[in-house]
Design a protein around this ligand. Structure first.
Ligand SMILES: C[S@@+](CC[C@H](N)C(=O)[O-])C[C@H]1O[C@@H](n2cnc3c(N)ncnc32)[C@H](O)[C@@H]1O
Length: 268
């Protein structure tokens, strides 16, 4: 099953457009805390030109637009950006690959990347593109989440991927593999960076909702798994869940930390 375009192996979210927003369950307070932090750390103001690369349905950009910040959204997925424009008709978007941004050098005051670097084939090139389009002194604002591996929701998710690997399935995505790889890359470039914890929150979805998301393969982490491997892992996982939880459809805490890297890419 192919879930990417024929031209580029990045994980493009066309298939997720209709349900993506329902998978993002943080509270309005948490969303506002992130918007405030982006404005503060990027020193964003109405006069600036900001880009969000991998804008999706505008979860990050729309609140900034509503605060008067001029953000242009870039994504490979037209269906995702159509959802964004349905919510915010005056939003400006461009369909493009992060590895080839359609903007002049030194034309952006800040660039936002949120939950996307693990999906981009050629993520290093995407970061060089960010460096190219940023004005001198412009910041890269990189949003990501850290999952508490001991919280019940994450334990269950990890169990699923353990079963996938046991059946020989691949769980790797084409972008940056892990946090350390990203840190090492920045250090090799001599980029200055500071990491900030924006908020801690725990989603508490019932077990049945989590299982349904997996059955429907809503998470992009399940898209690259071969269909036969996915079916076997799902069967064994559901058996294990039944043994462990019985019929108890309890809300499962899944704790995450919302993190922000504020990066000043140095020019050579
Ligand atoms: C997980 S969503 C994140 C959306 C939004 N930034 C957010 O935080 O809600 C990742 C988005 O990146 C897009 N994407 C993946 N690879 C890309 C690439 N190489 N260039 C541009 N966009 C890409 C996907 O189509 C998807 O809309």
């Amino acid at each position: 099953m192919s879930h990417t375009t024929t031209h580029d192996p990045s994980v493009v979210f066309d298939r997720a457009a209709s349900y993506y927003d329902r998978t993002r369950t943080e509270s309005p307070e948490i969303a506002t805390a992130l918007t405030n932090m982006l404005i503060e750390q990027g020193a964003l103001s109405e006069m600036m030109r900001v880009l969000e690369v991998g804008v999706g349905t505008g979860r990050i950009t729309i609140p900034l637009l509503r605060r008067g910040i001029n953000v242009i959204g870039v994504d490979m997925s037209l269906p995702m950006m159509r959802v964004m424009r349905a919510k915010q008709p005056d939003a400006t978007v461009a369909q493009a690959n992060a590895t080839q941004l359609p903007f002049r050098a030194e034309s952006a005051h800040a660039v936002i990347l949120s939950h996307v670097l693990h999906l981009i084939a050629g993520w290093e090139r995407a970061l060089y593109e960010v460096q190219r389009v940023l004005k001198p002194g412009g910041k890269l604002l990189h949003c990501w989440q850290e999952h508490n591996s001991e919280s019940a929701g994450q334990v269950i998710i990890s169990k699923f991927f353990e079963l996938v690997r046991a059946h020989g399935g691949g769980t790797e995505r084409p972008g940056v593999r892990d946090r350390q790889t990203l840190i090492d890359f920045g250090q090799r470039q001599g980029w200055q960076s500071q990491t900030i914890e924006v908020a801690i929150w725990a989603s508490k979805e019932p077990l049945s909702t989590l299982v349904e998301r997996f059955r429907l393969r809503q998470w992009s982490s399940t898209w690259q798994i071969a269909d036969d491997v996915f079916a076997k892992a799902l069967l064994e996982w559901e058996r294990w869940l039944k043994e462990t939880y019985g019929n108890d459809d309890q809300p499962l805490p899944h704790e995450r930390r919302i993190m922000l890297d504020v990066v000043l890419p140095q020019r050579a």
